[in-house]
Design a protein around this ligand. Structure first.
Ligand code: T4K
Length: 375
């Protein structure tokens, strides 16, 4: 009996081994391993240009970029946000002593629904924290108009939007701050890493200090910061991967097209939408399964794929508002669209090296789950 080939939801993209070795040689020679060294500075400049950001600070990961951004903005009170996201978004709010106020998402893009934001604003609201989930772009115009009307800050969780442009504008140019993740599972990785993109010089100074314990000078610590500095080996990985990222995105586009060839127009399946003016990065391939119309529910498809050695994932189930950590403090029923999407969504494997024949096999398994398909 032959062992089934295992396919996981993603696979880190890596540069050629020799290229990385060359990149880290100067680190060996200089013994300068971390604390904002030359590789850190080089990657910072490269990313600033690539993301179209006026200013950019690097961090150990996307989570610390968000958490320290909220701290640097000196926010107090309530933050309007989406529960349809990774733990990080909600945790960053709570770890700053702020209160998340969960707002529902749009059924088409799964991003924060601007029509539902204003009813959630109170005198305590200080900011909006939307997520460009799966690289689907938020309605930035509507969100930022609301923020202006009410004097609120906007911090985008852009952890899924690396390299995207909306109407020609880089994803790093929106809101007061846009935060990115460069985790191993992302389109672009620095092993672990992240960045915040922004315009204000003073904010940059605060972020720089907060990621280094709040150290202001050799004899002054002016804030309660953390240690969130990207090290030189991670920066070197980023420098290499940045040279290949367009190639990675182009390969993912082929994978996306192959999935669509098999799954578009199938009753009961909803694929990621087309968004006018958006240059995509193809970071995820989410599919919603409507059990009535498709004939099988998300969990049945998940199990069938697992049986075939395919590790699809339920990103993002459960909603963050339903986490046991919060002991029933929030009510997921208050965001019915997010709740439905979280129960129907499955993200299928997506990475540049994924073979198209494997995409065919994954789709065959998915389609075999339909009622009466003769599995
Ligand atoms: N905001 C949003 C919206 C996010 O999605 C995330 C992170 C953040 C904020 C915070 O950014 P970071 O602080 O993480 O930079 C993964 C990632 O750890 C996480 O970065 C990501 N979102 C989340 C959606 O997915 P897990 O627990 O599902 O990862 P794991 O270990 O199960 O890996 C998934 C698959 O990736 C594996 O099956 C195989 C592959 N893989 C994994 C690793 C660790 C590799 O190929 N290489 C690897 O090194 O969270």
């Amino acid at each position: 009996m032959s062992e089934k080939k295992q396919i996981l939801v993603t696979r880190s993209s890596l540069p050629p081994f020799g290229e990385y070795m060359e990149e880290i040689r100067p680190i060996w020679d200089s013994h300068w391993l971390t604390n904002m060294g030359p590789k850190h500075r080089e990657l910072q400049e490269g990313l600033q240009a690539y993301l179209g950001a006026e200013r950019l600070e690097l961090f150990t990961n996307g989570h610390m970029a968000i958490e320290l951004t909220l701290q640097a903005l000196e926010l107090e009170g309530e933050v309007i946000t989406t529960p349809f996201t990774f733990a990080s978004t909600t945790h960053a709010i709570l770890r700053n002593g702020l209160e998340p106020v969960f707002c529902d998402i749009e059924p088409g893009t799964y991003t924060l629904d601007p029509a539902k934001i204003e009813e959630r604003i109170t005198e305590k609201t200080c900011a909006i924290l939307p997520v460009h989930v799966y690289g689907n772009f938020c309605d930035t115009e509507a969100i930022e108009a609301i923020a202006r009307r009410h004097g609120l800050k906007v911090v985008y969780d852009a952890c899924h939007a690396f390299g995207e442009t909306k109407d020609g504008k880089g994803a790093g140019t929106f809101g007061d701050v846009s935060c990115f993740s460069f985790h191993a599972t992302k389109v672009f990785n620095t092993i672990e890493g992240g960045a915040a993109c922004f315009r204000e010089e003073e904010l940059g100074r605060r972020l720089y200090e907060l990621k280094n314990f709040g150290i202001h000078g050799p004899e002054e610590v002016s804030a309660v910061g953390a240690n969130a500095k990207m090290n030189e080996f991670c920066a070197a990985m980023g420098i290499c991967n940045l040279r290949h990222v367009e190639e990675e995105i182009a390969k993912r586009e082929q994978v996306d097209a192959r999935y669509r060839k098999h799954l578009s127009g199938v009753p009961g399946l909803t694929l990621n939408p087309d968004q006018a003016g958006l240059k995509r990065n193809y970071s995820y391939f989410p599919v919603l399964f409507d059990p009535e119309a498709f004939g099988a529910d998300r969990d049945e498809v998940f199990a069938a794929l697992a049986e075939e050695g395919v590790g699809a994932r339920k990103y993002f189930y459960p909603l963050t508002s339903a986490y046991s950590a919060f002991r029933g403090k929030y009510d997921p029923e208050e965001t019915p669209t997010a709740l439905r999407v979280s129960r129907q969504v499955l993200t299928l494997p997506m990475y540049g090296e994924l073979e198209l024949a494997d995409v065919d096999r994954i789709c065959e398994t998915v389609l075999r789950c339909r009622e009466g398909a003769g599995a």
